[in-house]
Design a protein. Structure first.
Lengths: 117, 112
């Protein structure tokens, strides 16, 4: 199947700093990418949907100014956690789909564990 | 809104034991249902899926049947192997929405 690479796999940062997480589709063009967040022992929760060349659509309760999403090319989306705080510590995972058609399989990255100290 | 509930883990089994991981869902439309697996250090991989009621998804010896009457999609395998040790996520994609709603995940540990 298609490969989605997410980087870094883990990061520790100081409170107040910003962290950028990259999500790349390695062997296909991803018109849509999704960003999820998972707290310990909880579900993966959708944060936002990004379509190449347009603004991301954020889920209710997700601060768009805090979680900046850029999808400037068909193979790369980035999530920047700005002014990170300890409560932002979580597991972030992206997925990508190849087409705009419905029910197309989503391919997932390995996830990024963010720890804010 | 949509939700997925799956049994809490960890589930610990001996090799060749029978596996069931329960999953139930609520959805407003006509969802597609999925099981994803995450091996240590890797991303989520699609294990199997079913797109309509009574469909059975199967892959690598795993099976799950879309039961609309009980809103369930339980994962089963007749004989697990050590290599099946992973975290399993049940998920749904509701009508007109390609993003997934996930369950909390169930960790399976298979002992030799």
């Amino acid at each position: 199947g298609a490969v989605v690479s997410q980087h870094p796999s883990w990061v520790i940062c100081k409170s107040g700093t910003s962290v950028k997480i990259e999500c790349r589709s390695l062997d296909f063009q991803a018109t849509t990418m999704f960003w999820y967040r998972q707290f310990p022992k909880q579900s993966l929760m959708l944060m936002a949907t990004s379509n190449e060349g347009s603004k991301a659509t954020y889920e209710q309760g997700v601060e768009k100014d805090k979680f900046l999403i850029n999808h400037a090319s068909l193979t790369l989306s980035t999530l920047t956690v700005t002014s990170a705080h300890p409560e932002d510590s979580s597991f972030y995972i992206c997925s990508a789909t190849q087409h705009r058609a419905m029910n197309t399989e989503a391919f997932f990255g390995q996830g990024t564990r963010l720890t804010v100290v | 809104g949509d939700s997925v509930t799956q049994m809490e883990g960890p589930v610990t089994l001996s090799e060749e034991a029978f596996l069931t991981i329960n999953c139930t869902y609520t959805a407003t439309g006509y969802p597609s249902l999925f099981w994803y697996v995450q091996y240590p250090g890797e991303g989520l991989q699609l294990l199997l899926k079913a797109t309509k009621a009574d469909d059975k998804g199967s892959n690598k010896g795993f099976e799950a049947t879309y039961r609309k009457e009980t809103t369930s999609f339980h994962l089963e395998k007749g004989s697990v192997q050590v290599s099946d040790s992973a975290v399993y996520f049940c998920a749904l994609s509701d009508t007109g929405r390609r993003a997934l709603t996930f369950g909390s995940g169930t960790r399976l540990q298979v002992q030799p």
